[in-house]
Structures are given as structure tokens and as C-alpha cells.
Design a protein around this ligand. Sequence first.
Ligand code: C2E
Ligand code: CA
Ligand code: CA
Length: 391
Amino acid sequence: MINAKVELRCGEVVFFEGDAPTTAFLIESGSVEISTTQADEVVVLGRLGPGDLLGEMAVIDASPRTATATAIADSVLVAIDQATIHERVENADPVVRALIRGQLKRYRTALAALRGEDADVDGAADATLAAEAAEGGGIDKIRLETQLKQALAERQLEVRFQPIEAIDARRVAGYEALIRWNHPERGAVSPAEFIKLAEETSLIVPVGRYVLEEVCATLAALGAADTECPYIAVNVSARQTEDDDFLEELVRIAGERRVPVGAVRLEITESLTLDVARVHRLITRCHARGVKVALDDFGTGYSNLGHLHKLRFDTVKLDQGFVRQMLSDARSHAIVRAIVTMVAALGAELVAEGVETEAQMAGLQHLGVRYGQGYLFGRPMAREELVASHA
Ligand code: C2E
Ligand code: CA
Ligand code: CA
């Protein structure tokens, strides 16, 4: 029974206090009174009208109805079944889920206190909340999010720079900026963990700005006005590509540091949610400013040849998975060979990621790959170390 209509005459009861919850209701028309019986006396808790939800609390935490609902006018309700509500709650963002359950628990406690009952009666909501916390869902995320905000304010975030090598010349062509969070209790938190969290909230905007500031400051320290200066590539998340001000912000920050904006490059990872039209606009605007854009992690996840066709990336970064396998697996080797040809035909540069051994480098060089990044060439390093290496 999904979204069935229920018609009630004035005086008819929707549900009784103590009933098992099977459905929530949306009031389309009419009016419903919520009441409870205390010491044999009926106490009216409130009246609901069109647009109001009714009986959803008991459905969410699967506890008996705590009040009786009676139509006080001819009314039409839309019944929303338990499974539909549970599905919505379970699919919600874990933080939102934790917030709903937290509110519900507080409401139940207040209601119990009002009745002079023990506040601990609410076993069902408690159990779900405990389960939520144990699974490290919402609560943990809220904690981490608050700490990330603080980390940003206290500059606990650090940007490191990993060289991108021109393989034939054995010299550094550029660097990739990689963010680190030096967490006081957890130690170094991987960007893979907190960038996703930052993306789910608006925190990615100040985090992204922080990275741009660090990158431009580093380019200034390197003397980026010099044409021989290496570039620095910045990771841009899908959420940031939706921000029309992102590029203007980069132009402004580069201007403040007096570095040519073209010394900064952008890396965009493919994802299911990538809005091709938006990224296309961003790339066009970047090109007008002389900023090059790379397609990151090519060959994994959602690799889509349509994207390569529609979007004029200047660089394609071959995911490290291929580099790891290409010497032991003929099929991987064949795929890398095909990607090299395709990327060259599109007039883009190819950077192989995750190069760890001389043998991998030789294999890539043999296939005509000109740029590599990985521990063989250097690990991500602090700004001081980077600047010293160019002194
Ligand atoms: P990514 O863009 O693919 O960055 C490359 C990752 O591979 C980095 O991990 C780097 O440390 C690691 N790596 C480099 N060389 C090697 C190697 O030879 N072997 C192996 N096994 N790994 C290597 P990291 O720093 O943990 O970053 C993880 C991801 O977090 C990045 O993947 C990127 O998607 C994201 N990220 C990092 N910094 C930022 C940032 O400032 N903004 C955004 N939006 N995302 C970021
Ligand atoms: Ca990257
Ligand atoms: Ca990558």
C-alpha cells in the first residue's frame, strides 16, 4: 500500500494511542486532532491541517503510537506506508539520519517526562541511535566535520607537492598539490577520507581556497614569473566545478601573489555525477585564461570515452592501477598502449601515475609515455623542501 488515499468522516479515529505504527499520513484536506489520555482525562496535544504530516514519528522509530488521532472535520489523508518511510530514512545522508533520530529521542524523552514516566522507556530509539553511532555513521561524521572546520581555522591542513617528471629529460615538469590533515588524535587523515566529507558539506569551498592559496604562495616562492618554472596541478572536486566563482577566485589569488595563473593547472576526476555541460564551460573559461585542465584517474571507475570526446582536456592522467599491472598482465599492457595512442591522437599530454620502479618507467617510456608521477620520482614533499630543491 503506497500513498493510498483515506477518507474520514468527522469524528472517525485515524489511530489509537498504543496502536502499532504501520503508516504515516499526509493531510490533504480537513483537520485532525491529536490527543492523549492522562488520568482518565483527554488532553488535546494539537490540531493538524492540510500539508501536515501525521504519525510519522512512531513509524520512524517503530514504537507504539503515543497519542490518538481523530478527524474533527471530514478529511482526506494520504497514507505513506512504513517501508516507504524507512527506505527514505535509510537512504538519507547519515548525518541527516542521525539528526532525525536525535530529535526523535529528545521528543520521546520530553513526552515521557510530561507524563511523569521514566525517560528511559524509549528503548527503540535508543537502540537505533546506539547502532548508528557504533556503525560510525552520522555522529562520527558530525564530529569529524566540526574538527575539520577547526583544522582549517588552525591551519592544521598542509599541502604537499609531488613531482611530475618529464621521463626522457629526467627533470621535473610540474608538481601535484596533495592535501594532508595532521589530526592531533588520529594522526595523518587521508584526503580520500576527509575530502569526501568536505564535498558533502560546503566545507570543500574553504578547503579548496586554502589549497589555492598555498599553491600560489609556493609558486611565488619558486619565482613563477620565470618561464622555466614548473607548474602546480590542483585537484578540483566535482562539487567545486559547480561553483562558478572557482576560476575567478584562482585568478584573484594568483594576482595577489603576482604569479601567472597559467602556472596553476587543474585536475578533475571523472565521476557519475560529473555535469559534462558545466565542466565543458569551466574548461572553456580556463582555456581563455591560459589554465590547463587534466582528466584525473583515467581508466578507473566511470571512465567514459564520451567525456574525452566532449571535453577538451589538455592532459590525461593514467590511473596507477594500470601502471601496477602492465608488466605482469598482457591485457593491461595492451590497454595502456591503446590509451597512449588515443591520447596522442587527441593532442593531449599523458601522465602515468603511481610509477614506483625503474622497470615500470622503462615500460612506459617504451610505449611512448612522456610524463610520470610516483614514488620513483619523489614522494609528496613540504613546501620548504620543494623550494630548496629549486634553489
Ligand atoms: P590523486 O589525485 O589520484 O592523487 C594521487 C595519489 O596517489 C596521492 O594520494 C599520492 O600520494 C598517491 N601516490 C603518488 N605516487 C604514488 C606511488 O608511486 N604509489 C602509490 N601507491 N601511491 C602514490 P593522496 O595524497 O592520499 O591523495 C588521495 C586523493 O585525494 C587524491 O588522488 C585526490 O583525489 C584527493 N585529493 C588530494 N588532495 C586534494 C585536494 O587538495 N583537493 C581535492 N579536491 N582532492 C584532493
Ligand atoms: Ca590528482
Ligand atoms: Ca590520480
